[in-house]
Write a protein that binds this ligand. Structure first.
Ligand code: 16G
Length: 165
């Protein structure tokens, strides 16, 4: 229930009313031509992805049922201006529970300051609760720690490690 969400918005936006001229919805294949990759490229390297490859990957993710890619579209411009993804990872532990992962949270530079990042993260946290995740995690740049702390995220005492190939 959005209204009982402890995160406050001023002005009071919500998933069904994300702001003037904006809609929040699941990603669809037509978003390839609405600048979805242009938004992602503001987070990291996207590589050169053809429409065909995008659709193949989209279909695969959809089929698993574990990818919730959310976008905000500027309906006037027909352009994606923000995105975030929730992935549910299946476990045997915790009575065969699921873990939620928040990934690729990005708001296009010209749309910063409209609470869209906050809206997306709050939406995905609610969704992860609805989906019965026992925890939700993310990795972020040190400069974004205070942003995520507002939602109840805490720096873990576990160390984040990676091998890059
Ligand atoms: C950030 C993102 C992560 C993304 C990574 C890409 C959030 C909360 N975190 O850590 O989802 O995958 O950047 O960086 O949006 P990379 O290209 O170095 O893997």
């Amino acid at each position: 229930d959005w209204s009982s969400n402890s995160i406050s918005f001023s002005p009071p936006i919500s998933p069904s009313n994300p702001g003037e001229g904006l809609i929040l919805r699941p990603l669809c294949t037509a978003d390839f031509t609405r600048g979805f990759f242009k938004v992602l490229s503001q987070l990291t390297k996207t590589g050169d992805v053809s429409q065909e490859l995008f659709i193949k990957k989209f279909d695969h993710m959809k089929k698993t049922g574990d990818y919730y890619v959310v976008v905000v579209e500027d309906t006037q411009l027909g352009q994606i201006v923000a995105t975030a993804t929730l992935i549910t990872e299946h476990k045997f532990i915790h009575s065969c529970a699921k873990r939620g992962r928040v990934e690729e949270v990005v708001v296009t530079d010209v749309c910063r300051g409209k609470q869209l990042g906050k809206l997306l993260v709050a939406t995905l946290i609610l969704l992860s609760k609805k989906l019965d995740c026992y925890k939700i995690t993310l990795e972020c740049a040190p400069k974004n720690v205070t942003f995520y702390e507002k939602f109840g995220y805490k720096a873990s005492d576990e160390t984040y490690m990676q091998c890059r190939f």
